[in-house]
Design a protein around this ligand. Structure first.
Ligand SMILES: Nc1nc2c(ncn2[C@@H]2O[C@H](COP(=O)(O)OP(=O)(O)OP(=O)(O)O)[C@@H](O)[C@H]2O)c(=O)[nH]1
Ligand SMILES: [Mg+2]
Length: 425
């Protein structure tokens, strides 16, 4: 398939063993014509067995070319050490980052890559798997921390929980095959997005549209793709989506802020079918969902209809979790000459009121953001009066229409201090 000229420069990056394995598979499938591939890892042996020719072994002096053994901080500092090379490699309009969360190299390194790539102007979409239940608490905790960093660092993160996929597999599936299925799904997600942008369609999605939807949104998205054939293929495909385990049985659609929807069919697919499928999937989402719809005809889909969805929610991300100091750099030592150390008494410190009035009040200072009755009055400042925080919000915002989470007769949506009547000092 030839990449149309409207397609931006695209890079596919695999990070850590699992990320490299998936990138290697997508590379060998040869479907992403025109995209550049690059794999990064701390583990030299794993890189050597990856078919992608462009490789970067990060943090050699700190990991000596080995894996990190699940140490996120080591993975992060390894990537930070090669920040210059990473920045140079991220020179593209659109970067897909593939990573299996749970270990150290990918979980620590992928957020560093995402941040640096965004700094050089790329639109960064991460496709991340999260561990199976059986992999244990440490890996799941690693994955949660990595996901938090990825939400902050990337424009969008497509999260593929292995546990959801496990519900689609036969219980007797061998573990190696289960991991293969995980990799296939991650490969399918990146290929699905690529097709949407690259496949000449009746209604193609262009890069500008995708960028407008996700740039700077820190979106978190799910992914599912279904197919159906026969007379009632639209209804069948839509009902598969409504109960799909990878969409939390439809909840991911019901709570979506945005939806990327791809409709593809064989040459016989009719306008009426495309129209119905688009409207029926839209009905599974909130009324104000922002939809980006692409439709295409694919000779390989004769007699079939394929619906691919990426339902996304905007996440409230403000800061990256604290960066870990580079292990390789020597600790900062400050020598204090006791003779030069002055001990400050409380009376030497300026009054809080003086400090406040010394600062010009800006339009978006915290005080200005408070409702008028809660704003400290200028005259009363020196009394150190603090406004009372309203801890009893009247509305649950977008969760207003969702059922409460009741466990053992307790509503877990209420903060613990309220449920248990604790008094806050
Ligand atoms: N798709 C796929 N996922 C895997 C495979 N092996 C492990 N994973 C998943 O990926 C997660 C991260 O594992 P790795 O990629 O091996 O970890 P890493 O990023 O290389 O980190 P370290 O080896 O700890 O430095 C695991 O918790 C699994 O959920 C695999 O062969 N294929
Ligand atoms: Mg590894």
């Amino acid at each position: 398939m030839k990449a149309p000229s409207m397609l931006p420069t695209v890079k596919v990056i695999g990070f850590g063993n699992a990320g490299c394995a998936v990138a290697g598979r997508v590379y060998q499938q040869g479907l992403l014509a025109g995209a550049e591939f690059l794999v990064m890892n701390t583990d030299q042996a794993a890189l050597a067995s990856c078919p992608v020719p462009s490789q970067l072994c990060v943090g050699l002096p700190v990991t000596r070319g080995l894996g990190t053994g699940g140490d996120i901080e080591l993975g992060r500092s390894a990537a930070e050490r090669d920040a210059a090379a990473i920045r140079a490699s991220a020179d593209a309009s659109l970067v897909f980052v593939l990573v299996g969360l749970g270990g150290g190299s990918g979980t620590g390194g992928a957020p560093v890559f995402a941040r640096l790539a965004r700094e050089v102007g790329a639109l960064v979409i991460v496709i991340a798997t999260t561990p199976f239940e059986f992999e244990g608490g440490l890996r799941r905790a690693n994955a949660e921390a990595g996901l938090q960093d990825l939400r902050a660092a990337a424009d969008a993160v497509i999260v593929l929980p292995n546990g959801n996929l496990a519900r689609l597999l036969d219980e007797r599936t061998p573990v190696t095959e289960a991991f293969r299925a995980v990799g296939d799904r991650a490969a399918e997600a990146v290929t699905g997005l690529w097709r949407l942008l690259a496949q000449p369609g009746i209604l193609p999605v262009d890069f500008a549209g995708l960028e407008r939807l996700v740039r700077g949104r820190h979106a978190e998205s799910a992914f599912a793709s279904v197919e159906a054939s026969g007379e009632s293929r639209v209804r069948e495909a839509v009902s598969k989506l409504a109960t799909h385990p990878c969409l939390d049985e439809g909840r991911a659609l019901a709570q979506a802020d945005a939806l990327i929807l791809s409709l593809a069919g064989g040459p016989e697919v009719s306008l009426a079918e495309i129209d119905r499928a688009s409207r029926e999937v839209g009905r599974l989402c909130p009324d104000n969902v922002q939809m980006l719809v692409g439709t295409s005809v694919d000779e390989a889909l004769v007699g079939r209809l394929r619906i691919t969805v990426f339902p996304a929610r905007w996440t409230a991300v403000n800061v990256l979790s604290q960066p870990v100091p580079n292990r390789a750099s020597p600790p900062l030592r400050v020598h204090l000459d006791p003779a030069s150390v002055q001990t400050l008494k409380p009376s030497d410190l300026p009054d809080v009121g003086e400090m406040e009035s010394a600062e010009p009040e800006t339009a978006n200072s915290n005080a200005a953001a408070l409702p008028p009755q809660a704003r400290p009055s200028r005259r009363g400042r020196k009394t150190n009066h603090q406004p009372e925080l309203n801890l009893f919000p009247a509305s649950r915002g977008r969760f207003d229409n969702t059922p409460a989470t009741i466990h053992q007769n307790e509503n877990l949506d209420e903060p613990t201090f309220r449920r248990r009547n604790l008094v806050l000092n």
